[in-house]
Design a protein around this ligand. Structure first.
Ligand SMILES: O=P(O)(O)OC[C@H]1O[C@H](OP(=O)(O)O)[C@H](O)[C@@H]1O
Length: 319
């Protein structure tokens, strides 16, 4: 019999899939919290049954979106923390692992923000793409230091997450100019830093982020504008250490065009990749909670953090 998956886990998985819950850090946080609910409410009668439930719940969450490695890294963290020989011990250790993960997440965001703020000077103008809580942490820390910033915010088609960024920046008192994505190059001359988040960072320092990031980075290099990537270390993709590549999520065409619109324009093939890969040569710095790194050196940090351990425990047999 397939182990019981808590309805809250299914709800969170659905919300991640539909992007009701979105953004690499928020996805990781919500997935970890869902595993805690699974653990707390489990009525498994044996340790084996409990472990199976947690693993199936983790797999349900894992199979929602493929690109942001924060999701499997969060699940891996919790599953490694699950230990004990009784159901109660397993439950307690799982819930404790979730709490540790969520605390680390919060702390790392604040520490990263302090590092990123050091790059920003009073009067600087930044350009953003999509909505990244890590980028906003840098801005928030800089604003708290009394620095006055302005921002050019790309709307980020097709889902317009730039609108969320605009709103958050407004709340921080940062004046915003909202532009369509294709206008970015025109505004780069007047910008001091391009600041983006990341969904995954590969061992060679490539940055996987919202579609449009790589074009922006190439344009920024052409204009001499530094590109700063704000990403906690749980965005580092351990699988890339052993030659795996990062899956780029292809989303529904309906996010770009309705069925009627599509029919009216001759039924073209529509493709909707959610992310792209920015090669390390277009990135000036990766800002993490452990400090700032040139992208080419990120592999050293990855080896230190992950060692040889790149296994995925939720892929073990469920029985
Ligand atoms: O972790 P934080 O910095 O919040 O977000 C990181 C990235 O997650 C988002 O993906 P999506 O909107 O979920 O597809 C964007 O690509 C953003 O840059």
């Amino acid at each position: 019999m397939e182990p019981h998956v808590n309805p809250e886990v299914r709800r969170v998985a659905d919300d991640i899939g539909s992007m009701e819950i979105r953004g690499a850090a928020k996805i990781a946080d919500a997935a970890a919290a869902a595993l805690a609910t699974q653990a707390k409410e489990s009525d498994a009668s044996t340790p084996e049954a409990f472990r199976s439930e947690i693993r199936v719940a983790a797999r349900t969450l894992h199979d929602t979106r493929p690109t942001a490695v924060s999701l499997p890294n969060a699940l891996r963290y919790v599953l490694h923390g699950m230990e004990g020989t009784t159901v109660e011990q397993l439950r307690e250790s799982t819930v404790a692992a979730v709490e540790r993960f969520r605390e680390r997440l919060e702390r790392s965001q604040a520490d990263l923000g302090a590092v990123g703020a050091n790059r920003l000077k009073d009067g600087d103008r930044i350009m953003t793409h999509c909505h990244s809580t890590a980028v906003l942490a840098c801005v928030e820390a800089a604003v708290a230091q009394g620095k006055e910033l302005t921002a050019v915010v790309k709307e980020t088609r097709p889902r317009n997450q730039g609108h969320i960024t605009a709103e958050r920046l407004h709340e921080l008192g940062v004046p915003v100019t909202l532009v369509v994505d294709s206008a970015a190059r025109r505004y780069l001359n007047g910008v001091d830093h391009v600041m983006v988040g990341a969904d995954s960072i590969a061992a060679d320092g490539s940055v996987i982020n919202k579609i449009g990031t790589s074009g922006l980075a190439v344009n920024a290099r052409d204009r001499g504008t530094p590109v700063v990537v704000a990403a906690q270390t749980f965005k580092l993709h351990p699988g890339t250490l052993t030659g795996h590549s990062v899956d780029i999520e292809m989303r529904e065409e309906s996010e770009i065009v309705s069925a009627e619109e599509r029919a009216a324009i001759g039924d073209p093939t529509v493709e909707n990749p959610a992310f792209d890969v920015t090669p390390p040569r277009y990135v000036d710095a990766i800002v993490t909670e452990r400090g700032q790194f040139p992208p080419e050196s990120i592999v050293m940090l990855m080896r230190e953090l992950f060692g040889e351990n790149t296994t995925e425990p939720w892929l073990q047999s469920v029985t």
